[in-house]
Design a protein around this ligand. Structure first.
Ligand code: H79
Length: 427
């Protein structure tokens, strides 16, 4: 699992230039995994398959035949789906765009596809295109929208990669699948849902450069400003997706994101109540921003279209924190110390160092090594309490109250003079 993920988490130092400016600013996004597998919630024929719900069809989990899996569509009816509620949640959580599974490895399109009738509009009783509703609602509420599309694996197609339990991989004609389903569906996504912020591909490993480029060119032809992630393969994306759930220990250059989960699952799993707290979510946002990246945090709605309260309540707690500390996150730059401190982490914005204190030091002192700048102002952000700064050799010593303020993730703001200069080798 982790080896494979590492392989996918290439640090490519991609840079989309001016097209990537909004991405660098945005910092926080909602990822949504939602498909037929959500209705199973981890169970198949009375047995629970723990771990990776959207993979339940795979032979490593339940090994469901194409015919049996396809039949799930007939009962998939997400009557509680509410685009307005989803987008409102993302906005109130402080997220700047949403990326949702248009088609995962199982091959089922969650939108109205003319290229394959194995889609929610044609094959389920729901009779609507929820992704159209979501795209429209995002535009209405003024946040970005994008699609996840599994371009290489498609377990419903004998010619695609991945389903070795119903089909013989040796007989697969990948270019037939690519020309007849993959490209036509990607074309639908980039032509029928308005401006897309992002097209998020997955499974880069065995894509040929030619196929990766064909998809890049297709996306760019219709949506020149849409960003493509690195899992398109062959280094031709606009930004890097690190490994699933990987927050890097040191700063990473270029445009990149960390993708993570609100619990331990991408898609909804009935047994997984291991929700990250709002405090933890906010800390993860801070940590990723402090390493120079964007945090895309996943929510797995149920098959009926509802979002578990365990996720939404904590997202809103984090969202409130982000709202109150917006200037420390949006558009902020990475820590000049390149890695976390034992007490917390640092972001930089508009001439300020923001010290995010996760573990309040009982000594009442924070020591910053190698900072050359003069500090012209120091305060607890939004909170009462004195902050004093002194210098001793290579150290800037920040004196703070000994008792932690009654708030999650308190922030100390240090205004610095001139151009920031830190010798991070001392950290
Ligand atoms: O969409 C989510 C995952 O389904 C997808 N990427 C994120 C965003 C993903 N595709 N592949 N992987 C993640 C790697 C999966 C590895 C595993 Fe397995 C699947 C580990 C256990 C099940 C494959 C089958 C490797 C071992 C058994």
């Amino acid at each position: 699992d982790t080896d494979m993920d590492k392989l996918w988490g290439e640090r490519l130092e991609l840079d989309a230039g001016e097209r990537g400016a909004w991405f660098k600013e945005a910092k926080y996004a909602m990822f949504i995994h939602w498909g037929l597998y959500s209705g199973l919630a981890g169970d198949w024929k009375g047995k629970t398959h723990f771990g990776i719900g959207e993979w339940i069809m795979n032979k490593h989990l339940a090994g469901i035949s194409v015919d049996e899996y396809r039949a799930l569509a007939k009962d998939f009816n997400p009557v509680k789906f509410d685009a307005k509620a989803w987008v409102t949640l993302a906005k109130q959580s402080g997220m700047k765009y949403i990326v949702i599974t248009a088609k995962h490895h199982d091959g089922f399109a969650m939108y109205d596809s003319a290229a394959s009738d194995y889609n929610i509009k044609d094959a389920s009783p729901f009779g609507r295109d929820p992704l159209k509703e979501l795209a429209d609602e995002c535009r209405k509420q003024g946040i970005g929208f994008g699609f996840y599309y599994s371009q290489y694996q498609d377990w419903n197609e004998k010619d695609a990669f991945g389903n070795g339990w119903d089909f013989n991989p040796k007989e697969a004609n990948f270019s037939k699948y690519f020309k007849e389903k993959c490209e036509p569906q990607v074309k639908e996504l980039v032509t029928q849902y308005g401006d897309l912020a992002v097209l998020w591909f997955d499974t880069p490993g065995k894509m040929t450069k030619e196929d990766s480029m064909a998809l890049v060119n297709l996306v760019k032809k219709h949506q020149p400003r849409c960003l493509i992630n690195s899992r398109i393969g062959n280094g031709v994306g606009d930004y890097s997706s690190l490994g699933d759930m990987e927050i890097p220990p040191e700063n990473v250059g270029g445009l990149w994101e960390c993708v993570d989960t609100t619990n331990n699952s991408w898609s909804y799993a009935w047994y997984d109540e291991n929700w990250k707290s709002g405090e933890q979510i906010a800390q993860n946002v801070i940590s990723v921003v402090a390493r120079g990246g964007t945090y895309m945090l996943n929510v797995g709605p149920r098959g009926d279209g509802s979002i578990p309260k365990g996720a939404s309540e904590e997202l809103l707690v984090a969202g409130q924190w982000i709202k109150n500390h917006a200037g420390t996150i949006y558009g902020a730059e990475a820590s000049p110390w390149h890695k976390a401190f034992p007490w917390g982490d640092v972001t930089v914005n508009h001439g300020n160092l923001f010290l995010h204190v996760f573990d309040w030091p009982q000594s009442g002192k924070i020591y910053l090594p190698g900072l050359s700048n003069k500090i012209s102002g120091a305060a607890l952000l939004n909170l009462k309490g004195n902050v004093k700064v002194s210098k001793e050799g290579d150290w800037t010593i920040v004196s703070i109250p000994k008792v932690k303020p009654d708030a999650i993730n308190p922030v100390i703001q240090l205004k610095y003079d001139g151009k920031l200069k830190v010798d991070h080798s001392l950290a």
